[in-house]
Design a protein around this ligand. Sequence first.
Ligand SMILES: C[S@@+](CC[C@H](N)C(=O)[O-])C[C@H]1O[C@@H](n2cnc3c(N)ncnc32)[C@H](O)[C@@H]1O
Length: 300
Amino acid sequence: MKWSGSESGDFDEAAVAGILRTFSFLTPPIRPSGAVIAEFRRHFEAAAGRPTLIYGATPELVDLANDLGCPQVVSLDWNADTFEAMRRIARTDWSGVIFRHGNWTIPEPEFRGRFGCVACDGGPLFLRYPDQWRTASEAAYGYLDPGGRWVSRAVDWPAEDPPFDACLRRYVDEFLAKQARLDAEGRLAAFKSLTVEIRVRSFQRVVGENFSIDQRKLARRNDEAARILFAEFPEPRLREIAEMNLLRLARPDPQQSELVSIVPPGAARRTLEDIGFVTEVTDLKAAVPACDYVLAGIRS
Ligand SMILES: C[S@@+](CC[C@H](N)C(=O)[O-])C[C@H]1O[C@@H](n2cnc3c(N)ncnc32)[C@H](O)[C@@H]1O
């Protein structure tokens, strides 16, 4: 299978370096955990022998498809710099992976009926509900062959109890209690996890109409958490981690993040079923300390 117009050569070196730096501060559950990868593996195996389309360029997903001997992997993203950055941190050889510059919500006529699986890790957070969830899922439906699967990791919001401030305090106290037992590298890794955990917790009921994220509330929580961490951990290396994960990640503007909606599994499922998918949800709350779930739509 061949597509023209692979644009993987068209990237900006400074932007690629910036993306790699951002990634160096992240840990699961923002990066996909083992439990998430195991779910994707199950779906990829069900589509074995057929091409896979990745919405985005998540290295763990492209590597997984390569590990399973997928005959063709295509990455669809509107940012060539992301693809190039992910290619550089990949574990497998991406020389056969095709990059396609495009938008998940705008159908690519050439992709019709060509894939056994369309997969995306965390992308639904970047889409408005219900319209963009629907257009991205309808596009995926069109790209699949019969029996093909549209699989994404999505996020529900964590329970409101205990409240955010109490969770924040507890996470900081847990870090303080364990840090003396860690060597310098272990302490840095634990601090990265602390900031990632806080970031995920900041999603506690920040949703309004149509599950759209209340940007002011989300920003206030992350700002407050950063202020506390800066005061308690003034060392430059820790400060940098807190700043990157709480103030800058997916947040080009201090008042407006790139994260758009947090949709619970029931509503997510209905959107896919309206399109004609048979759905399957795997709740990963127990396995992952976050509110992750994997949503699969199977084309009949
Ligand atoms: C897949 S998402 C979520 C993060 C992901 N879990 C990861 O591995 O980094 C991030 C990527 O989505 C891309 N993106 C977001 N919305 C998009 C859209 N509507 N069409 C194409 N690419 C999009 C961004 O350029 C970015 O590279």
